[in-house]
Design a protein. Structure first.
Length: 338
């Protein structure tokens, strides 16, 4: 490889994803015996992973915590009672295309269905995205909806991954939201700073800082190994541009369901300027049952975490229950008061 090779742009990196299970196994020196089942599962929810994220996986280790988040497995094809296509019943809170309104003070907008990585446990793996790409014409309907409801003080951009959208479009959307006087904050839920850190460019920072809205970026990392030097650098750039950084994690069996892994994750996040926000219990989406942990174990784990970390390093353990006015906080701390 030539030493003068130009650095790949984030757009190029986004089109240069690993989508072929065979390539994934080869790059990681893994046994071909995983291939048949990987192909079968990828036919339902395609394999997708960035080269940057792949580079952080340990070669030859089929149990690598990053690999397990993206490798399609035959287990996904099993039908398990209690796991469904739309566990959050989002269809009922989707008043107009691209907009979800579940909680009083904030709405969630999906600008795109694209992600840079497909997380096998994702609760949106069956979401009817095609009907939820509002397009620019849809923005006016969304803006009108927000204008009509003075309770809405925060607009959340969420998955697909909103940072897969180009800077001009983001800037235009942010400007439209900033026109609505009761909107104070714009929150971006994104995995890109973690899986495609090259996305954090000066142009993006420009788009995020040239607005009166307070910007919050909620990243999604599940394991300390996801945060390498380049990710740290990207996060630092966001922080030094006045972006509030939070992280959400999904509790995943055999990936991060042990106290040591969770402590390390919180410590590593904080060192990179990110506060742990939520630790989600898995949403019961069909195809992801093998990642699930029973509630008692989750609460025990969370208690152990609280016993060992500064309070601000302990994420809130939450689950989503359809029809509730906020996420549900799970805690067994009352049990230990007596
Ligand atoms: C999770 C979620 C939010 C954000 O909830 P917070 O508790 O404020 O983080 C907003 N809207 C929808 C539809 C959500 O699922
Ligand atoms: S929406 Fe988030 S969790 Fe789901 S596949 Fe995309 S990046 Fe992964």
């Amino acid at each position: 490889m030539s030493a003068t090779k130009l650095k790949q742009s984030w757009q190029d990196a986004l089109t240069d994803l690993i989508t072929d299970p065979q390539e994934l196994l080869q790059v990681l020196d893994l046994d071909d015996n995983l291939l048949t089942s990987a192909r079968a599962a990828a036919a339902l929810f395609p394999l997708k992973v960035t080269r940057s994220y792949l580079a952080r996986m340990q070669k030859g280790d089929p149990n690598d915590p990053l690999l397990k988040q993206v490798l399609p497995l035959g287990l996904e094809l099993k039908t398990v009672a209690g796991y469904s296509a739309d566990p959050l019943v989002e269809a009922e809170v989707n008043p107009i295309p691209g907009l979800l309104h579940k909680y009083k003070s904030r709405i969630l907008v999906t600008l795109t269905s694209a992600c840079a990585i497909h997380c096998r446990y994702c609760f949106r793996r069956h979401f009817p995205y095609a009907e939820n790409n509002p397009g620019k014409k849809g923005w006016e309907k969304i803006a009108a909806y927000i204008e009509a409801d003075l309770n809405i003080t925060e607009v959340i951009l969420s998955g697909g991954d909103p940072l897969t959208v180009n800077d001009t479009m983001l800037q235009e959307f942010i400007a439209r939201m900033a026109d609505i006087s009761h909107v104070k904050r714009l929150r971006i839920h994104t995995r890109l700073p973690i899986v495609l850190p090259e996305r954090i460019t000066p142009a993006l920072l420009n788009a995020l800082t040239r607005t009166r809205l307070k910007i919050i970026v909620v990243v999604h990392a599940n394991h300390a190994q996801e945060i390498d030097a380049q990710v740290q650098q990207a996060l630092t750039l966001l922080r030094t541009n006045d972006v509030t950084l939070l992280n959400q994690t999904v509790l995943l069996k055999n990936i991060n369901d042990n106290v040591q892994a969770l402590i390390e994750l919180s410590e590593t996040l904080f060192a990179a300027g990110v506060l742990p926000y939520y630790l989600h219990v898995l949403d019961k989406v069909a195809g992801a049952a093998h990642f699930d942990i029973d509630l008692n174990s989750a609460m025990t784990l969370h208690k152990q975490l609280s016993d060992q970390l500064s309070g601000y390093l302990v994420p809130k353990l939450v689950c989503e229950q359809p029809g509730k006015s906020s996420k549900t906080i799970l805690s067994n701390s009352f049990l230990t008061i007596a």
